[in-house]
Design a binder for this molecule. Structure first.
Ligand SMILES: *Cc1c(COP(=O)(O)O)cnc(C)c1O
Length: 374
Protein backbone atom coordinates (compact mmCIF):
# COMPACT_ATOMS: atom_id res chain seq x y z
CA UNK A 1 0.00 0.00 0.00
CA UNK A 2 1.20 3.47 -0.88
CA UNK A 3 1.53 6.26 1.61
CA UNK A 4 -1.92 7.70 2.45
CA UNK A 5 -1.59 10.92 4.49
CA UNK A 6 -5.39 11.25 4.54
CA UNK A 7 -5.50 8.17 6.79
CA UNK A 8 -2.38 9.10 8.75
CA UNK A 9 -3.75 12.54 9.60
CA UNK A 10 -7.41 11.61 10.04
CA UNK A 11 -7.48 8.18 11.60
CA UNK A 12 -11.29 8.16 11.71
CA UNK A 13 -11.30 8.11 7.91
CA UNK A 14 -9.22 4.96 7.94
CA UNK A 15 -12.20 3.06 9.32
CA UNK A 16 -14.94 5.06 7.62
CA UNK A 17 -13.60 5.39 4.09
CA UNK A 18 -13.17 2.12 2.18
CA UNK A 19 -9.94 1.88 0.22
CA UNK A 20 -8.12 -0.66 -1.91
CA UNK A 21 -4.49 -0.08 -2.78
CA UNK A 22 -3.80 0.27 -6.53
CA UNK A 23 -0.99 2.82 -6.62
CA UNK A 24 2.60 3.56 -5.70
CA UNK A 25 2.38 6.74 -3.68
CA UNK A 26 3.77 9.31 -3.25
CA UNK A 27 4.43 10.15 -6.88
CA UNK A 28 7.72 11.98 -7.50
CA UNK A 29 8.10 15.72 -7.94
CA UNK A 30 10.83 16.78 -10.38
CA UNK A 31 12.30 20.08 -11.41
CA UNK A 32 11.91 20.85 -15.12
CA UNK A 33 15.23 22.65 -15.66
CA UNK A 34 15.31 22.54 -19.42
CA UNK A 35 11.65 23.41 -20.09
CA UNK A 36 11.83 26.06 -17.36
CA UNK A 37 14.82 27.70 -19.05
CA UNK A 38 13.09 27.56 -22.43
CA UNK A 39 9.95 29.31 -21.22
CA UNK A 40 11.81 31.68 -18.91
CA UNK A 41 11.04 30.49 -15.39
CA UNK A 42 13.65 29.01 -13.06
CA UNK A 43 11.29 27.35 -10.60
CA UNK A 44 9.19 25.00 -12.70
CA UNK A 45 8.28 21.60 -11.25
CA UNK A 46 6.17 18.64 -12.32
CA UNK A 47 4.08 16.32 -10.14
CA UNK A 48 4.51 12.93 -11.78
CA UNK A 49 0.99 11.53 -11.45
CA UNK A 50 1.67 9.78 -14.72
CA UNK A 51 3.41 7.28 -12.39
CA UNK A 52 0.53 6.59 -9.97
CA UNK A 53 -0.01 2.99 -11.06
CA UNK A 54 2.14 0.26 -12.56
CA UNK A 55 -0.68 -1.11 -14.73
CA UNK A 56 -2.14 2.26 -15.68
CA UNK A 57 -1.10 5.68 -14.39
CA UNK A 58 -2.49 9.20 -14.51
CA UNK A 59 -5.07 10.77 -12.22
CA UNK A 60 -7.71 8.03 -12.38
CA UNK A 61 -5.99 5.38 -10.21
CA UNK A 62 -5.95 7.78 -7.23
CA UNK A 63 -9.72 8.06 -7.54
CA UNK A 64 -10.27 4.36 -8.23
CA UNK A 65 -8.54 3.29 -5.01
CA UNK A 66 -11.39 4.86 -3.08
CA UNK A 67 -14.15 4.14 -5.62
CA UNK A 68 -13.38 0.47 -6.11
CA UNK A 69 -12.60 0.18 -2.41
CA UNK A 70 -16.15 1.32 -1.79
CA UNK A 71 -17.56 -0.96 -4.52
CA UNK A 72 -15.86 -3.97 -2.88
CA UNK A 73 -17.02 -2.80 0.55
CA UNK A 74 -20.67 -2.84 -0.54
CA UNK A 75 -20.20 -6.26 -2.15
CA UNK A 76 -20.52 -5.15 -5.77
CA UNK A 77 -19.44 -7.57 -8.46
CA UNK A 78 -20.05 -5.24 -11.42
CA UNK A 79 -19.44 -1.55 -11.92
CA UNK A 80 -20.96 0.68 -14.57
CA UNK A 81 -19.39 3.92 -15.68
CA UNK A 82 -19.54 6.60 -18.36
CA UNK A 83 -17.22 8.45 -20.69
CA UNK A 84 -16.31 9.40 -24.21
CA UNK A 85 -15.18 6.57 -26.53
CA UNK A 86 -11.50 7.14 -25.71
CA UNK A 87 -12.08 7.87 -22.02
CA UNK A 88 -9.00 7.44 -19.83
CA UNK A 89 -11.33 6.90 -16.90
CA UNK A 90 -13.10 4.05 -18.68
CA UNK A 91 -9.87 2.25 -19.56
CA UNK A 92 -8.42 2.79 -16.08
CA UNK A 93 -11.62 1.30 -14.63
CA UNK A 94 -11.33 -1.65 -17.00
CA UNK A 95 -7.71 -2.27 -16.00
CA UNK A 96 -8.24 -2.11 -12.25
CA UNK A 97 -11.60 -3.90 -12.10
CA UNK A 98 -9.95 -6.79 -13.92
CA UNK A 99 -7.16 -6.70 -11.34
CA UNK A 100 -9.74 -6.91 -8.53
CA UNK A 101 -11.94 -9.53 -10.19
CA UNK A 102 -14.84 -7.16 -10.85
CA UNK A 103 -16.76 -6.84 -14.10
CA UNK A 104 -16.84 -3.43 -15.72
CA UNK A 105 -19.45 -1.92 -18.04
CA UNK A 106 -18.81 1.39 -19.84
CA UNK A 107 -21.42 3.57 -21.51
CA UNK A 108 -19.46 5.53 -24.10
CA UNK A 109 -20.47 8.55 -26.19
CA UNK A 110 -18.90 9.65 -29.50
CA UNK A 111 -15.81 11.86 -29.59
CA UNK A 112 -13.27 13.26 -32.06
CA UNK A 113 -11.03 10.48 -33.33
CA UNK A 114 -7.44 10.20 -32.09
CA UNK A 115 -4.88 7.42 -31.86
CA UNK A 116 -5.36 7.17 -28.08
CA UNK A 117 -9.06 6.41 -28.65
CA UNK A 118 -7.96 3.28 -30.49
CA UNK A 119 -5.48 2.16 -27.83
CA UNK A 120 -7.93 2.80 -24.98
CA UNK A 121 -10.73 0.88 -26.69
CA UNK A 122 -8.44 -2.06 -27.44
CA UNK A 123 -7.04 -2.10 -23.91
CA UNK A 124 -10.52 -1.98 -22.35
CA UNK A 125 -11.57 -4.87 -24.57
CA UNK A 126 -8.39 -6.77 -23.67
CA UNK A 127 -9.26 -6.33 -19.98
CA UNK A 128 -12.68 -7.84 -20.49
CA UNK A 129 -14.70 -4.64 -20.12
CA UNK A 130 -18.17 -4.58 -21.63
CA UNK A 131 -18.42 -1.53 -23.88
CA UNK A 132 -21.64 0.07 -25.06
CA UNK A 133 -21.77 2.82 -27.66
CA UNK A 134 -24.55 5.26 -26.86
CA UNK A 135 -25.46 8.73 -27.99
CA UNK A 136 -24.93 9.98 -31.50
CA UNK A 137 -23.82 13.57 -31.04
CA UNK A 138 -20.42 15.14 -30.48
CA UNK A 139 -22.21 17.72 -28.30
CA UNK A 140 -22.57 16.01 -24.91
CA UNK A 141 -25.92 17.51 -23.73
CA UNK A 142 -27.70 16.10 -26.77
CA UNK A 143 -26.67 12.58 -25.79
CA UNK A 144 -28.16 12.67 -22.33
CA UNK A 145 -31.56 11.05 -23.05
CA UNK A 146 -29.92 8.32 -25.14
CA UNK A 147 -27.33 7.60 -22.47
CA UNK A 148 -30.01 7.47 -19.76
CA UNK A 149 -32.08 5.09 -21.82
CA UNK A 150 -29.17 2.78 -22.66
CA UNK A 151 -27.99 2.84 -19.05
CA UNK A 152 -31.41 2.08 -17.69
CA UNK A 153 -31.60 -0.90 -20.00
CA UNK A 154 -28.30 -2.26 -18.63
CA UNK A 155 -29.30 -1.64 -15.03
CA UNK A 156 -32.62 -3.41 -15.46
CA UNK A 157 -30.97 -6.28 -17.28
CA UNK A 158 -28.53 -6.84 -14.37
CA UNK A 159 -31.28 -6.49 -11.83
CA UNK A 160 -33.09 -9.32 -13.56
CA UNK A 161 -30.04 -11.58 -14.07
CA UNK A 162 -27.99 -10.80 -10.92
CA UNK A 163 -30.69 -9.59 -8.58
CA UNK A 164 -28.95 -6.24 -8.13
CA UNK A 165 -27.88 -3.27 -10.18
CA UNK A 166 -24.17 -2.55 -10.83
CA UNK A 167 -22.21 -0.04 -8.73
CA UNK A 168 -22.37 3.25 -10.62
CA UNK A 169 -19.30 5.45 -11.09
CA UNK A 170 -19.92 8.96 -12.48
CA UNK A 171 -17.95 10.30 -15.49
CA UNK A 172 -14.28 10.85 -14.68
CA UNK A 173 -14.66 9.00 -11.38
CA UNK A 174 -15.67 12.27 -9.73
CA UNK A 175 -17.81 10.86 -6.93
CA UNK A 176 -17.09 11.86 -3.32
CA UNK A 177 -15.14 8.65 -2.90
CA UNK A 178 -13.11 9.34 -6.05
CA UNK A 179 -12.42 12.95 -5.15
CA UNK A 180 -11.08 11.81 -1.77
CA UNK A 181 -8.14 10.45 -3.77
CA UNK A 182 -7.20 13.99 -4.75
CA UNK A 183 -7.74 15.36 -1.26
CA UNK A 184 -5.10 12.83 -0.33
CA UNK A 185 -2.95 14.02 -3.26
CA UNK A 186 -3.09 17.60 -1.92
CA UNK A 187 -1.93 16.38 1.50
CA UNK A 188 0.78 14.35 -0.20
CA UNK A 189 2.11 17.42 -1.98
CA UNK A 190 2.15 19.34 1.30
CA UNK A 191 4.29 16.59 2.85
CA UNK A 192 6.71 16.87 -0.07
CA UNK A 193 6.90 20.63 0.48
CA UNK A 194 7.53 20.06 4.18
CA UNK A 195 10.27 17.57 3.32
CA UNK A 196 12.02 20.18 1.16
CA UNK A 197 11.48 18.34 -2.13
CA UNK A 198 10.06 21.53 -3.62
CA UNK A 199 9.24 25.01 -2.33
CA UNK A 200 5.57 25.76 -1.69
CA UNK A 201 4.16 26.33 -5.19
CA UNK A 202 2.63 29.73 -5.83
CA UNK A 203 0.63 28.34 -8.73
CA UNK A 204 -0.42 24.83 -9.77
CA UNK A 205 -1.70 24.07 -13.29
CA UNK A 206 -3.95 21.06 -13.81
CA UNK A 207 -6.28 19.94 -16.59
CA UNK A 208 -9.95 20.00 -15.65
CA UNK A 209 -12.69 17.81 -17.17
CA UNK A 210 -15.23 16.77 -14.52
CA UNK A 211 -13.83 18.99 -11.69
CA UNK A 212 -12.97 16.14 -9.31
CA UNK A 213 -9.20 16.29 -9.60
CA UNK A 214 -8.91 20.05 -9.12
CA UNK A 215 -11.63 20.18 -6.44
CA UNK A 216 -10.05 17.41 -4.37
CA UNK A 217 -6.61 18.95 -4.74
CA UNK A 218 -7.85 22.38 -3.62
CA UNK A 219 -9.51 20.85 -0.56
CA UNK A 220 -6.40 18.83 0.27
CA UNK A 221 -4.08 21.83 -0.08
CA UNK A 222 -6.39 23.93 2.08
CA UNK A 223 -6.52 21.19 4.71
CA UNK A 224 -2.73 21.11 4.78
CA UNK A 225 -2.51 24.89 5.08
CA UNK A 226 -0.83 25.46 1.71
CA UNK A 227 -1.64 28.68 -0.07
CA UNK A 228 -0.95 27.51 -3.64
CA UNK A 229 -3.41 28.84 -6.18
CA UNK A 230 -4.82 26.11 -8.41
CA UNK A 231 -5.45 26.98 -12.04
CA UNK A 232 -7.91 24.42 -13.38
CA UNK A 233 -7.57 24.54 -17.15
CA UNK A 234 -10.95 23.74 -18.69
CA UNK A 235 -10.79 21.19 -21.51
CA UNK A 236 -14.52 20.81 -22.13
CA UNK A 237 -16.84 23.25 -23.88
CA UNK A 238 -20.14 22.62 -22.05
CA UNK A 239 -21.36 24.77 -19.15
CA UNK A 240 -20.61 22.24 -16.38
CA UNK A 241 -17.09 23.39 -15.53
CA UNK A 242 -17.60 26.75 -13.80
CA UNK A 243 -16.71 28.36 -10.49
CA UNK A 244 -20.12 27.74 -8.92
CA UNK A 245 -19.94 24.01 -9.61
CA UNK A 246 -16.32 23.93 -8.49
CA UNK A 247 -17.31 25.48 -5.17
CA UNK A 248 -20.21 23.03 -4.81
CA UNK A 249 -17.92 20.11 -5.55
CA UNK A 250 -15.34 21.25 -2.98
CA UNK A 251 -17.95 21.97 -0.32
CA UNK A 252 -19.89 18.75 -0.74
CA UNK A 253 -16.67 16.72 -0.60
CA UNK A 254 -15.66 18.69 2.47
CA UNK A 255 -18.99 17.84 4.18
CA UNK A 256 -18.68 14.22 3.11
CA UNK A 257 -15.25 13.86 4.77
CA UNK A 258 -16.19 15.91 7.82
CA UNK A 259 -19.28 13.75 8.38
CA UNK A 260 -17.13 10.62 8.29
CA UNK A 261 -14.52 12.05 10.67
CA UNK A 262 -15.30 15.21 12.59
CA UNK A 263 -11.62 15.97 13.00
CA UNK A 264 -11.52 16.72 9.26
CA UNK A 265 -12.02 20.53 9.21
CA UNK A 266 -15.05 22.18 7.64
CA UNK A 267 -14.08 25.23 5.54
CA UNK A 268 -15.73 28.33 4.18
CA UNK A 269 -14.25 28.90 0.75
CA UNK A 270 -13.64 32.23 -0.89
CA UNK A 271 -13.67 32.57 -4.63
CA UNK A 272 -10.11 33.51 -5.51
CA UNK A 273 -8.45 30.43 -4.04
CA UNK A 274 -8.74 28.79 -7.40
CA UNK A 275 -9.40 29.77 -10.94
CA UNK A 276 -11.05 28.08 -13.87
CA UNK A 277 -9.03 28.99 -16.91
CA UNK A 278 -11.00 29.27 -20.12
CA UNK A 279 -9.63 29.68 -23.62
CA UNK A 280 -7.65 26.45 -24.00
CA UNK A 281 -10.33 23.84 -24.71
CA UNK A 282 -10.47 24.51 -28.45
CA UNK A 283 -13.80 24.29 -30.20
CA UNK A 284 -14.76 20.87 -28.79
CA UNK A 285 -13.76 18.30 -26.17
CA UNK A 286 -10.92 16.05 -27.40
CA UNK A 287 -10.14 18.21 -30.42
CA UNK A 288 -6.44 19.03 -30.27
CA UNK A 289 -5.35 22.65 -30.43
CA UNK A 290 -2.22 24.15 -32.00
CA UNK A 291 -1.18 25.61 -28.63
CA UNK A 292 -1.74 22.24 -26.94
CA UNK A 293 0.23 20.28 -29.52
CA UNK A 294 3.07 22.78 -29.41
CA UNK A 295 3.15 22.47 -25.59
CA UNK A 296 3.30 18.66 -25.90
CA UNK A 297 6.25 18.96 -28.29
CA UNK A 298 8.10 21.32 -25.95
CA UNK A 299 7.65 18.94 -23.02
CA UNK A 300 8.84 16.03 -25.12
CA UNK A 301 11.84 17.86 -26.58
CA UNK A 302 13.03 19.32 -23.29
CA UNK A 303 12.08 16.70 -20.72
CA UNK A 304 11.20 13.53 -22.66
CA UNK A 305 7.87 13.49 -20.85
CA UNK A 306 4.87 12.37 -22.85
CA UNK A 307 1.66 14.39 -22.68
CA UNK A 308 -1.52 14.15 -24.81
CA UNK A 309 -3.77 16.55 -26.67
CA UNK A 310 -7.12 16.25 -24.87
CA UNK A 311 -6.07 17.29 -21.34
CA UNK A 312 -2.44 17.79 -20.36
CA UNK A 313 -1.25 19.56 -23.54
CA UNK A 314 -3.98 22.16 -23.03
CA UNK A 315 -3.06 22.65 -19.36
CA UNK A 316 0.61 23.08 -20.20
CA UNK A 317 -0.29 25.54 -22.98
CA UNK A 318 -1.93 27.78 -20.37
CA UNK A 319 1.15 27.58 -18.16
CA UNK A 320 3.47 28.45 -21.05
CA UNK A 321 1.32 31.40 -22.11
CA UNK A 322 1.27 32.78 -18.55
CA UNK A 323 5.03 32.41 -18.25
CA UNK A 324 5.68 34.10 -21.55
CA UNK A 325 3.31 36.92 -20.65
CA UNK A 326 5.46 37.55 -17.57
CA UNK A 327 2.72 36.59 -15.12
CA UNK A 328 4.80 33.99 -13.31
CA UNK A 329 8.01 36.00 -12.69
CA UNK A 330 9.75 34.89 -9.51
CA UNK A 331 7.03 32.36 -8.77
CA UNK A 332 7.27 28.67 -8.02
CA UNK A 333 5.15 26.89 -10.60
CA UNK A 334 3.95 23.29 -10.51
CA UNK A 335 2.56 21.43 -13.50
CA UNK A 336 0.43 18.52 -12.27
CA UNK A 337 0.73 15.78 -14.88
CA UNK A 338 -2.51 13.79 -14.92
CA UNK A 339 -1.76 11.59 -17.93
CA UNK A 340 -0.89 7.89 -17.83
CA UNK A 341 2.61 7.00 -19.00
CA UNK A 342 2.39 3.19 -18.77
CA UNK A 343 2.91 1.63 -22.14
CA UNK A 344 0.42 -1.10 -22.97
CA UNK A 345 1.24 -1.52 -26.64
CA UNK A 346 2.27 -5.15 -25.96
CA UNK A 347 -1.08 -6.00 -24.38
CA UNK A 348 -3.02 -4.65 -27.35
CA UNK A 349 -0.70 -5.74 -30.16
CA UNK A 350 -2.86 -8.75 -31.01
CA UNK A 351 -6.26 -7.36 -30.14
CA UNK A 352 -8.49 -7.12 -33.21
CA UNK A 353 -10.89 -4.18 -33.23
CA UNK A 354 -13.48 -6.31 -34.99
CA UNK A 355 -14.12 -7.92 -31.60
CA UNK A 356 -15.50 -4.58 -30.36
CA UNK A 357 -19.16 -3.66 -30.81
CA UNK A 358 -19.76 -2.44 -34.35
CA UNK A 359 -20.28 1.31 -33.62
CA UNK A 360 -16.67 1.54 -32.35
CA UNK A 361 -15.15 0.25 -35.60
CA UNK A 362 -15.25 3.68 -37.15
CA UNK A 363 -12.48 4.91 -34.82
CA UNK A 364 -10.21 2.37 -36.53
CA UNK A 365 -11.48 2.91 -40.06
CA UNK A 366 -11.68 6.70 -40.12
CA UNK A 367 -8.55 8.88 -39.96
CA UNK A 368 -7.46 10.46 -36.71
CA UNK A 369 -7.70 14.25 -36.44
CA UNK A 370 -5.01 16.12 -38.32
CA UNK A 371 -3.07 17.44 -35.30
CA UNK A 372 -2.70 13.95 -33.85
CA UNK A 373 0.53 12.06 -34.42
CA UNK A 374 0.76 8.29 -34.18
C1 LIG B 1 -9.74 12.55 -16.64
C2 LIG B 1 -8.52 13.35 -16.90
C3 LIG B 1 -8.38 14.67 -16.43
C4 LIG B 1 -9.51 15.42 -15.79
O1 LIG B 1 -9.77 15.07 -14.47
P1 LIG B 1 -11.16 15.51 -13.84
O2 LIG B 1 -11.10 15.02 -12.47
O3 LIG B 1 -12.22 14.84 -14.66
O4 LIG B 1 -11.28 16.99 -13.94
C5 LIG B 1 -7.18 15.32 -16.65
N1 LIG B 1 -6.18 14.73 -17.32
C6 LIG B 1 -6.28 13.48 -17.82
C7 LIG B 1 -5.15 12.92 -18.58
C8 LIG B 1 -7.45 12.76 -17.63
O5 LIG B 1 -7.56 11.51 -18.14
Amino acid sequence: MGQIPLFEQFSGLKDALPYTSLTNLPTPVEKLESLGAAVGTDALYVKRDDLTGTLYGGNKPRKLEFILGHALHVGATRVLTFGAAGSNHSVATAVYTQELGLHSISMLVPQANASYVRTNLLMSHHCGAELHACGTSLRPPLNKPLVYEATLRQLVRRKVTDGRIPYRIPPGGSSHHGIAGYVNAGLELAEQVAAGILPEPDVIYVACGTLGTAAGMILGLQTAGLRSRVIAVKVTTGPYVNTANMRKCIQSTNCFLHDLDHSFPLFQFVENESEIREGYSGSRYALYTKAGVSAIRMMEDHEELLLEGTYTGKALAALIDDTQAGRLKGKTVLFWNTFNSCDFSKEIADVDYHGLPRPFHRYFEEPVQSLDRL
